[in-house]
Write a protein that binds this ligand. Structure first.
Ligand code: FAD
Length: 429
């Protein structure tokens, strides 16, 4: 059989994983990535990586690789407080004993690095500096056009996997092909501002946050503050404030450090230890605070045509409040490859028809969208809990949380998320 040619657009977590799974099939896979290099940086900040995401990495033989890196600390539970320092409860967050894999706090780039290092080892072609501009689909293929180092290039392939994130060009092409207006990402009114610090830069911080209590989340009337360790030696913390803010034009979110931190200071300077101390330390630290407005793409009607399919944030940009976006992108990658493997092993034809591919792509959307929508709904609920509150509203929230965490919540509350296994995940190694 002649090899199916596939282009994956985007080498984020979803695209790299998709290419790694697909490279185990009789297909020819290339990644086009607009970033100029694979360079690692902390700009992607810290990320909670759940046991269900770890289970996908295990399908690629990479779960131990991520666990053994310098960054990454196990988070079996999250400790909740209110802004006056009152303890609200401990929320189980995915233990190794229960799910087979731990929940990890690590950096986004550590996950990228693990995937892309393996892609390099396996000889997968990743073309950096390749920005996809347009895609045109016909009955027998998709012409992908991109610019690479100042040159215009194009290639015709059988299938395109759009893993190009929230501002996806492939999504636009899918909707253009279907002749339907393309839904745009919408701002949900919340912004995150965060940075990184040495634990030692604040006295007694190591007594507040440590291996026994690696992630702390603090709820107040005027927003939310998160603090997390993210390295195995517990020497570094990531912090972030989430609060309401009016929408701005794309280039206006990142403001000079002093201006960015002034809003964080205004909201959190009277919060109990160690919040105000972290904000003060951030002012003199070298680290430039990062700003993440929360955009989302929810319940898209079309994830695919006959030969183009969206995965990860391109299909369902997930608000950060559920800590599941990366894991859902990984689940997408593994499930799409699983369905293609079934199709390739059941056909004797040299060339897959558009209709055969379409049947796989629509089965993919049907199976994945329900799960992802449930997770997005919960993420939005949690995001709403970070909006501004009246004094009475905060009182009700504080006591509801205390009662829920103490008397109602069970360790099994997220079994459906964390215990999920993508069909066929054990058949790749
Ligand atoms: C502040 C914040 C906190 C988060 N916290 C968590 C968390 O704790 N846990 C969690 O699981 N998730 C979290 N997420 C969500 C998670 O980061 C995303 O869901 C996940 O990274 C999506 O991966 P992806 O591969 O689909 O897209 P992306 O990571 O966005 O990757 C897309 C890739 O495509 C490339 N690209 C884009 N356009 C083009 C083009 N035209 N041509 C070529 N390449 C292109 C980009 O350069 C990029 O490399 C968070 C997100 C944010 C914003």
């Amino acid at each position: 059989m002649s090899k199916l040619k596939i282009i994956v657009v985007g080498s984020g977590i979803g695209g790299s994983a998709a290419a790694l799974f697909l490279s185990r099939l009789p297909v020819q896979v290339t990644i086009l990535e607009s970033r100029p290099t694979r360079s690692a940086s902390l700009a992607g900040a810290v990320l909670n990586f759940s046991p269900n995401g770890m289970a996908v990495l295990s399908g690629l033989g990479l779960a131990d690789t991520i666990i053994q890196r310098d960054n990454g600390i196990e988070v079996p539970a999250i400790s909740m407080y209110d802004s006056s320092g009152s303890f609200l409860g401990k929320v189980p967050h995915g233990s190794k004993e229960r799910y087979g894999y731990p929940s990890l706090m690590t950096t986004r780039w550590d996950i990228h690095e693990v995937l892309l290092e393996d892609a390099e080892k396996r000889g997968i072609k990743v073309r950096y500096g390749a920005k996809v501009r347009a895609l045109q689909e016909s009955e027998d293929g998709v012409v992908v056009q991109w610019s690479e180092n100042g040159e215009d290039k194009e290639s015709k392939v059988d299938l395109v996997v759009g893993a190009d994130g929230i501002w996806s060009v492939v999504r636009q092409s899918v909707y253009d092909h279907i002749k339907s207006p393309c839904p745009q990402p919408t701002y949900n009114g919340l912004v995150g501002i965060g940075g990184m610090l040495k634990v030692a830069s604040i006295s007694n911080l190591d007594k507040f946050i440590n291996h026994e209590k690696p992630v702390v989340m603090i709820h107040g009337r005027n927003g939310f503050f998160g603090i997390t360790l993210y390295d195995s030696k517990a020497e570094n913390v990531g912090w972030w404030s989430t609060h309401e803010a009016p929408e701005k034009a794309e280039g206006d979110w990142q403001t000079p450090k002093e201006q960015t931190l002034s809003e964080v200071k205004r909201r959190h300077s009277n919060w109990a230890f160690p919040v105000s101390q972290i904000v003060t330390a951030a002012e003199t630290d070298d680290f430039e605070p990062m700003v993440w407005p929360s955009y989302e793409v929810d319940n898209l009607k079309y994830w695919h045509t006959n030969r183009m399919i969206l995965i990860g944030d391109a299909a369902h940009a997930t608000p950060p409040h559920a800590g599941q976006g990366a894991s859902q992108a990984l689940e997408d990658a593994a499930y799409l490859a699983h369905l293609l493997r079934q199709l390739l092993s059941s056909t004797k034809l040299d060339v897959l028809t558009a209709m055969e591919l379409r049947s796989v792509l629509s089965a993919f959307q049907e199976a994945r969208q329900k799960r992802v929508n449930e997770i997005i709904a919960e993420a939005n609920k949690r995001g709403d809990g970070k909006r501004e509150l009246s004094a009475i509203g905060m009182f009700v929230k504080k006591w509801s949380m205390k009662i829920f965490f103490t008397f109602i919540m069970k360790e099994s509350w997220l079994d459906g998320w964390f215990g999920y296994e993508v069909p066929g995940i054990h058949e790749w190694l």
